[in-house]
Design a protein around this ligand. Structure first.
Ligand code: DC
Length: 208
């Protein structure tokens, strides 16, 4: 069984994806981490994330980069969004994701284009979303909890810029697949969102 979870940043898709993977006992791949590794590697190479050649060269990042904690930072998230617009970068990361999705027994992947490009054949596709202001409030609270200083306004501006780039790119833009199940987490607690996600997937699996 393949489950695809897509959605914008800070929508709760990562938490929901991990909980669903545990619930169904599926191997899990956070595909955003691959783009983050490319963004991080561009910096290590003193390259320009907006230059397709530099971004492409960074696709050969060492595997150990995937474990670097700085990959989770807002700054690297922004770089990931910038390198991800280059079709060459998407092509370089494609096989790894397609192979992971189609391994025996199936898998769960989260990202932006899992239901549309990486696994259009997924058994269930969730598109997790929430209003940008709510997502910025969550990210702000998370950062305060980690002792990182960043104003609410600049987080909201970053989220809006990232949404615009991810939705607006020509190649594999962020959008729900035609058969995706939509989940707005705006009014939900984490537990409530996970319960709602499991209920949506269960209903879809029983229909098929
Ligand atoms: O999910 P995330 O915040 O870690 O993703 C970081 C960026 O990587 C995101 O803004 C766009 C890009 N990305 C993508 O283009 N396609 C994916 N499947 C996953 C992430």
């Amino acid at each position: 069984m393949i489950i695809a979870v897509d959605g914008p940043t800070a929508s709760g898709k990562g938490t929901i994806a991990k909980a669903l993977a545990a619930h169904y006992g599926l191997p899990f791949l956070d595909t955003g981490l691959l783009y983050r590794a490319v963004g991080f590697q561009v910096l290590q190479n003193d390259g320009d994330p907006d230059n397709p050649l530099d971004a492409c060269k960074a696709c050969d990042f060492p595997e150990a980069v995937l474990d670097d904690v700085s990959l989770r930072s807002e700054a690297v998230g922004g770089l990931a969004s910038r390198v991800s617009v280059h079709p060459e970068v998407r092509a370089a990361l494609n096989k790894r994701q397609v192979d992971f999705a189609h391994q025996p027994g199936g898998a769960l992947l989260d990202g932006r284009d899992i239901g549309t490009v990486i696994a259009p054949d997924a058994d269930a596709k969730l598109f997790v979303t929430a209003d940008a202001v709510i997502r910025a409030e969550r990210r702000h609270a998370e950062m305060i909890g980690r002792g990182e200083a960043m104003s609410f306004e600049s987080i909201l501006a970053d989220i809006r810029a990232r949404d615009e780039r991810d939705i607006g790119r020509t190649n594999a833009p962020l959008k729900p697949a035609a058969d995706a199940l939509l989940l707005d987490t705006g009014d939900l607690t984490i537990g409530g969102a996970v319960q709602a996600a499991i209920a949506l997937v269960e209903a879809k699996l029983h229909r098929s």
